[in-house]
Design a protein around this ligand. Structure first.
Ligand SMILES: [Zn+2]
Length: 186
């Protein structure tokens, strides 16, 4: 178990729990980890492409798992480029108006449900994107996955998928727990 980490810049909103205090992460939930934190543990096939939000501590120090009541707020404005199915719920690719060297900044929310936006819609920072999908898998707890990545500007929509995020020649991944406007790639 890692030390507790407080997240200020990722606004997944625990709307149903006003006593929320801070997120808690196992090592395997963090960016770049090769460890699995679910099932019988072991190793991942690829380094973790983002961060998993699964557990939080309330103001009284009690630890809770998130559930499908959780609502996700956009932490940056952007446009919904693609929505695809993942192994728990839906994955939504949001492209921001932030560019560098022919790359565009994307935030990808995985394992979502009840999305409020369709492809092509614009989202304003702070707006509710949708909820977290309830995991029906006995060995995987309900959680939200967030990836941030620089992707080629004008990438074909059909290339917005998990395979692309795991391709280091195409995607420059960023740790979502690092500062809100990530370091510009070299
Ligand atoms: Zn994940």
């Amino acid at each position: 178990m890692n030390d507790y980490i407080t997240i200020n810049n990722i606004s997944i909103l625990p709307m149903m729990n006003k006593d929320f205090h801070q997120w808690i992460f196992h090592a395997g939930m963090l960016f770049g980890s090769m460890e699995k934190w679910w099932g019988t543990a072991g190793m991942r096939k690829y380094p973790h492409e983002g961060v998993d939000f699964c557990m939080f501590k309330d103001i009284n120090g009690q630890i809770h798992n998130i559930d499908s009541q959780f609502q996700i707020a956009a932490h940056n404005s952007g446009k919904v480029y693609r929505i695809i199915d993942d192994f728990i719920g839906k994955t939504i690719f949001i492209g921001h108006e932030i560019y560098n060297n022919n790359l565009q900044l994307f935030t990808v929310y995985g394992h979502t449900d009840r999305l409020m936006f369709k492809e092509g819609f614009e989202i304003i920072e702070g707006e509710i994107i949708g909820g977290v999908a309830e995991s029906m898998k006995i060995d995987i707890k309900t959680h939200l996955h967030i990836t941030m990545a620089w992707l080629p500007e004008n990438i074909p929509i059909e290339h917005l998928n998990w395979q692309t995020l795991n391709d280091p020649y195409t995607a420059q991944l960023i740790d979502p727990l690092k500062p809100k406007f990530p370091v510009i790639p070299s």
